[in-house]
Write a protein that binds this ligand. Structure first.
Ligand code: PMP
Length: 398
């Protein structure tokens, strides 16, 4: 028999598979609200001006491409640490935080998972119910059993906070808790400040291990505002993990720019942690690629380009908010009844619409409107040209 006779066809990725279906659809009015990608009001994926300016600088002084250090570009790691934790924070100054460049936010999560598996092979991982599809698969592929904590409360269109807390309280010490630092994917519902305080207290009391996934910093309320959760964890004195993605915030999806930061108790401990993290990297892909991280480092380390980035990110954030308000207006105009304020309460790229799988399938088949079967739609892909049609289609399947 052939070597591969027993290889079964894997199921399509729920989100990227939807993209393939979208690309094959001949409907000229089709709208892709499936994948989490920001497009501008013309429906185009932006190339940020700060990125183009950084690339121009880089091309004017071209550099040879030697191997990078295992943990990436030093100036990049430092800039990311400053962005995520604050350059002047005592924990940063004390050298308690190790940051390594990673292959996107996904790479940061995988490095953290592999590191944790070596540290505590018998731990369990908790992710939110629901969560980004890849969370479960990532941690399972690192060898962990993955369970969920209650998160979405469909009846109240919000967060099942009591359930979340109860689950954390009943978890064993050492349990790894994956938390969305802001702009929860897929629901768009984030914890309040007071709720974060309570989560941190329970994590601390139970000896749990927090892992913050920060894939949308700046898409919620602002760069600093969204980063407050990380600072809260830092102030608590806990040791924890943060994965960072610049895919969305720099519109650099294809460059795979991200990082993993690990907060520990002392500089000495941090040195040992980084040495082990580097072994994880070395045995996976040796060292990371140059271009995307060089772009981000150039932008973050130049006051002028950084200002440009902050303005462009604010523009994306504001446009998404505008689309949320417009969606409420268009749905009401199309005759959808009831309280739609949840759409503007949600943060980030997504809205959990409350539509079921059958309705989402009808949206695709009859109207060419592509969202995820869970009811998640990407608000960041709405624009003044497609929003009326989308609202009418949603009304039609309700
Ligand atoms: N975490 C979450 C919650 C995400 O939504 C995403 C991207 N969709 C990632 C991580 C991964 O980001 P990246 O594309 O940079 O790997």
């Amino acid at each position: 028999a052939s070597l591969f006779a027993s290889v079964e066809m894997a199921p399509r990725d729920p989100i990227l598979g939807l993209n393939e279906q979208f690309n094959a659809d001949p409907n000229p009015k089709k709208v892709n609200l499936g994948v989490g990608v920001y497009t501008d009001d013309q429906g185009k994926l932006p190339l940020l001006k700060c990125v183009a300016a950084a690339e121009k600088q880089m091309s004017e002084a071209p550099k040879a491409r030697g191997y990078l250090p295992i943990d990436g570009i030093v100036a990049y790691d430092k800039a990311v640490r400053g962005l995520v934790f604050g350059a002047e924070h005592p924990a940063v100054k004390a050298g308690r935080i190790a940051t390594a460049q990673a292959i996107g936010g996904t790479g940061g999560l995988k490095l953290g998972a592999d590191f944790l598996k070596r540290l505590n092979p018998d731990a369990q991982v908790l992710i939110s119910d629901p969560s980004w599809e890849n969370h479960r698969a990532l941690f399972e592929s690192a060898g962990f059993p993955v369970d969920v904590y209650p998160y979405y409360d469909a009846a109240n269109r919000g967060i099942h906070f009591d359930g979340l807390i109860a689950k954390l309280k009943s978890s064993k010490a050492g349990t790894i808790v994956l938390l969305h630092a802001c702009c929860h994917n897929p629901t768009g519902y984030d914890l309040t400040d007071a709720q974060w305080d309570e989560v941190i207290a329970v994590i601390q009391a139970g000896g749990l291990v927090p892992f913050l996934d920060m894939a949308y910093q700046g898409f919620g309320n602002g760069i600093a505002e969204d980063g407050q959760v990380v600072i809260k964890f830092l102030e608590s004195g806990l040791s924890f993990f943060v994965s960072t993605s610049f895919s969305k915030s720099f519109s650099l999806y294809g460059e795979r720019v991200g990082a993993l930061s690990i907060v520990s108790e002392s500089a000495e401990e941090s040195g040992r942690v980084l040495s082990q993290l580097k072994r994880v990297i070395r045995t996976n892909y040796s060292n990371p690629p140059t271009h995307g991280a060089q772009v981000v480092a150039t932008v973050l380390n130049s006051p002028e380009l950084r200002k440009m980035w902050e303005d462009e990110l604010a523009e994306m954030r504001d446009r998404i908010k505008l689309m949320r308000t417009a969606l409420v207006k268009e749905l009401s105009a199309a005759g959808v009844q009831g309280d739609l304020s949840y759409i503007t309460r949600q943060k980030g790229m997504f809205s959990y619409s409350g539509l079921n799988a059958a309705q989402m399938q009808r949206l695709r088949a009859e109207f060419g409107v592509y969202g995820v079967d869970s009811g998640r739609i990407c608000v960041a892909a709405l624009n003044s040209g497609n929003i009326q049609g989308v609202a009418a289609a949603i009304k039609a399947v309700m």
